[in-house]
Design a protein. Structure first.
Length: 121
């Protein structure tokens, strides 16, 4: 009889061990699932950061190109302004009046100034 009791007790201990190991296994599986989710999220965040960096670089290149275009346009407008000033000064010398510029020259000069200010801002 003692043998049967010992075997019954051993079977009960083995069942308890199995229950404990099964619970530990479930906890480990849950932990693995959480780690996999975290890894997936980090991968997506990394891809997002890489895409944002590429977009920022592209915007920087576009801004540099736009700046060059504005500088080129500003240079052109400055040359045009100098030509207008030269024409106005010649007109003033020919008519003998230094303060009365032709109305058309004033309008053109004002348009050039407004255009260049608009491009600068």
């Amino acid at each position: 009889m003692g043998n049967i009791s010992a075997l019954t007790e051993e079977v009960e201990q083995l069942r308890q061990t199995e229950t404990n190991l099964t619970a530990q296994l479930r906890l480990q599986e849950d932990h693995i699932e959480i780690l996999q989710l975290n890894l997936t999220q980090v991968q997506h965040q990394t891809e997002s950061c890489i895409s944002l960096k590429a977009a920022a670089h592209s915007q920087m290149l576009a801004a540099e190109s736009q700046t060059k275009a504005c500088e080129s346009n500003q240079l052109f407008l400055n040359k045009q302004l100098q030509k207008c000033k030269l024409v106005n000064s010649k007109d003033s010398q020919q008519t003998g009046t230094s303060s009365s510029a032709s109305p058309l020259g004033s309008v053109v000069l004002m348009l050039l100034i407004c255009s260049s200010l608009h491009l600068i801002t």
